[in-house]
Design a protein around this ligand. Structure first.
Ligand SMILES: [Zn+2]
Length: 347
């Protein structure tokens, strides 16, 4: 290693389990980060500073003012310029460490593009904001024999689990073949920046151990914490389930059979989002969304007008059906519609 890089990473190299050999391994590693929000931007900063030689950053959104409270790296100027998160993150990270390679991908991760988007990473970190993407990552990682590290945050609560293809339980073993019922999304419950950093720290710590082959140091448990109520737990994961589709090689999320579909509705300035296999309890959803805008229950669907905000046109209007389907009026942009669906209805 050059004197310059020995100096830059000296405090890390002095940590015996890493050392100079470990530092070289980090330099030769490639990590993909899916989602560059509160989790992904923090993971990216830690890994760039640690000297991981190649990062691929994937995110479909642009920086918004409401991101600045918790998302590492981004500035008011990024939000004012509507800069895509992965592009802004790359720019800032190269100012922190100009010696590494960073790919910025502005796209939704979908069954049809995941292989092209995740080209040969050694490891995938979950910074996603929805379970649909996580189930897709799970299928892809298992199919390729890759490890990935699940992480999620809501309010002051965080959770992480390290998934190793063929060795540990996978996300479907852990949560079942379909994503958990809507769940709380950060637009409903809020999210504390330091809870996200705590999750990102768990993920990055495990990531570096995996990259260095320090398998004995890996945490085999599911770790959770509530930083407001001072609670933390480590739970033994379930064994790999013999009836788990993904562990048996049936990759329904990767084949797109379970993935929601967004389709612009011709001439209506509306997009329909389908979510096969999902059901929604509209009464429950009505209560969950009460703080987010105006609602009207009808016998067959729930109408919802989110409060106007920077990213959403003021005319946005949802029609939400019990089968998980939603028509989002006021836009013909499937990417925006999908983002709004995730933001308010979870998944
Ligand atoms: Zn499984």
């Amino acid at each position: 290693m050059s004197d310059a890089s020995t100096g830059r990473y000296s405090r890390q190299i002095r940590y015996a389990p890493i050392g100079e050999a470990g530092q070289r391994r980090l330099r030769d590693s490639h990590v993909a980060i899916v989602g560059c929000g509160a989790l992904g931007s923090a993971q990216a900063e830690l890994l760039a500073r640690a000297g991981v030689g190649h990062l691929t950053l994937i995110d479909r959104d642009e920086v918004e003012p409401s991101n600045l409270q918790r998302q590492a790296l981004y500035t008011e100027a990024d939000a004012a310029a509507h800069r895509p998160k992965s592009v802004a993150a790359r720019e800032h990270l190269l100012q922190i460490n100009s010696t590494i390679e960073i790919d910025a991908v502005v796209d939704d991760l979908l069954p049809e593009n995941i292989a092209a988007r995740l080209r040969a990473p050694g490891l995938i970190l979950d910074g996603a904001d929805n379970f649909e993407t996580r189930y897709l990552i799970n299928d892809f990682a298992l199919a390729r024999g890759l490890s990935w590290i699940y992480g999620a945050v809501a309010g002051a609560y965080g959770i992480s689990f390290t998934i190793r293809a063929g060795q540990t339980a996978c996300l479907q073993c852990l949560l079942g073949p379909a994503p958990p019922e809507a769940g709380e999304t950060c637009d409903q419950t809020g999210v504390l920046a330091w809870a996200a950093r705590w999750v990102a720290a768990q993920q990055v710590s495990e990531a570096v151990k995996l990259l260095l082959g320090a398998d004995a140091a890996l945490r085999p448990t599911v770790i959770t914490a509530d930083l407001w109520h001072n609670l933390s737990r480590e739970l033994a994961p379930p064994p790999r389930r013999p009836d788990c589709p993904a562990c048996q090689g049936h990759y329904v999320w990767l084949q797109g059979e379970s993935h929601s579909q967004a389709r612009a509705l011709c001439g209506r300035n509306a997009v329909q989002i389908r979510a096969p296999g999902r059901t929604l309890d509209l009464a429950w959803l009505h209560r969950q969304l009460a703080a987010c805008g105006r609602l009207q229950a009808t016998p067959y669907l729930l109408k919802f007008w989110p409060r106007a905000q920077n990213a959403a046109p003021e005319t946005i209007e949802f029609s939400i059906f019990p089968d998980g389907r939603a028509i989002i009026h006021g836009t013909s942009d499937p990417v925006l519609a999908r983002r709004l669906y995730t933001q308010y209805l979870g998944m």
